[in-house]
Design a protein around this ligand. Structure first.
Ligand code: GRG
Length: 350
């Protein structure tokens, strides 16, 4: 079995203490967790944090954080002029979505002792970047899809040119909101600047754009694990990593804390896409709210294609364990949201 985590060695920010994982093909997630594979619903998992305290409920946590983020996004993008552009932006920003990236930002901020207000601009900014990347990803010149979150994609509901511009405007708004929001909340300017640079690095030629270009070029090609990992790390994982890292930065985390959060988020980011690949072949379009089976139809390299569904699930189990291990250095009472979010990402059904 080939080593499957070259990015952990070659990523832009070297992390010498990472343990590499070779997924054991014979060990399924089912066997390792005595739960029904990826079918376990982590949203109902509860854990006692401290005696006499209410057990942590991810379901409650996610519902409350999603509501906070949705309200903040709504305030950040009021209806306006030009009406069609603003409508198109709101269509993709405010219509559902799990809000996983904002939750990582809020939870990482709390992990290092920051208040929620400091992380709100980061939470909104990463979701704006995510929304724009979905809009552009669905365009005819990219993945050419007509279904997203159970509704017509942005360019189908509006037009290709409007969708393109709405994506551009959302990307610009993300950085404006981050910079202004940090200033309004008294986040020190050096932290705000570091967060802006971190997010920009995750988006451009060292992040999403790089992953997407290699992804498009590899359709129908004979792609191995190293290239696949490059695609997934850049296209998907970098943004999840930036979400958590920016949360820790604005909270004032020291270098050791920020890099600990980065290692956690890097595992979680890759985990997210490995699971996404598995869901693409195991769930229906109705269950996913987007076109299922797309990777097979377009002959894309995926983890299930290269190592089988069980192999991909085993790799996911390794990644979630590694992510959780990175949290052991932090105050245990504060790690619960990030621990449970990692499990949710591993066992999610859509
Ligand atoms: C940002 C400059 C710039 C270009 C964009 C189009 C593109 C380049 C990159 C594509 C990135 C992309 C869409 C990656 C897929 C990530 C992924 C697995 C999305 C699904 O995320 P969920 O499940 O979606 O969190 P919801 O709907 O829950 O928000």
């Amino acid at each position: 079995m080939a080593k499957v985590a070259p990015f952990l060695l070659h990523h832009a920010t070297p992390l010498p203490n990472l343990k590499l994982h070779t997924p054991p093909r014979s060990t399924s997630l089912h066997a390792r967790h005595s739960t029904p594979g990826l079918a376990r619903c982590a949203t109902t998992t509860t854990t006692t944090v401290l005696q006499d305290e209410e057990p942590f409920s991810l379901e409650r946590y996610m519902a409350s954080k999603a509501a906070t983020v949705n309200e903040a996004l709504d305030r950040a993008l009021p209806p306006g002029h030009p009406e069609r552009l603003l409508e198109s932006m709101r269509y993709s920003l405010l219509a559902g979505g799990k809000r996983v990236r904002p939750m990582l930002a809020l939870a990482a901020c709390a992990l290092v002792g920051g208040g929620e207000a400091a992380a709100e601009p980061v939470a909104c900014a990463v979701e704006m970047v995510h929304a724009m990347s979905l809009v552009h990803d669905d365009l005819p010149c990219m993945d050419d899809d007509d279904l997203r979150r159970g509704r017509p994609t942005n360019h189908v509901a509006f037009s290709v040119s409007t969708a393109l511009l709405a994506g551009d405007a959302l990307l610009a708004l993300a950085f404006e909101h981050l910079a202004r929001g940090c200033a309004d909340r008294g986040v020190p300017a050096d932290r705000a600047l570091r967060a802006v640079a971190e997010l920009a690095g995750a988006v451009g030629a060292g992040g999403l754009a790089a992953g997407q270009v290699v992804d498009l070029a590899s359709e129908g090609a004979d792609v191995g694990l190293a290239t696949l990992e490059y695609i997934h790390v850049h296209k998907t994982a970098r943004l999840l990593e930036a979400a958590a890292v920016c949360g820790a930065i604005v909270a004032g985390g020291d270098d050791e804390e920020v890099e600990g959060v980065r290692r956690y988020a890097r595992y979680v980011g890759l985990l997210f896409q490995v699971v996404d690949d598995v869901l693409d072949v195991t769930r229906t379009s109705e269950q996913l709210g987007k076109t299922a089976g797309k990777d097979v139809a377009t002959d894309k390299a995926t983890y299930p294609k290269l190592m089988g569904v069980d192999g991909a699930r085993a790799y996911a189990a390794e990644l979630v364990a590694s992510a959780e291990a990175e949290l052991d250095r932090f105050d245990a009472a504060r790690t619960e949201p990030l621990r449970h979010l990692a499990r949710f990402i591993a066992y999610r059904q859509h």
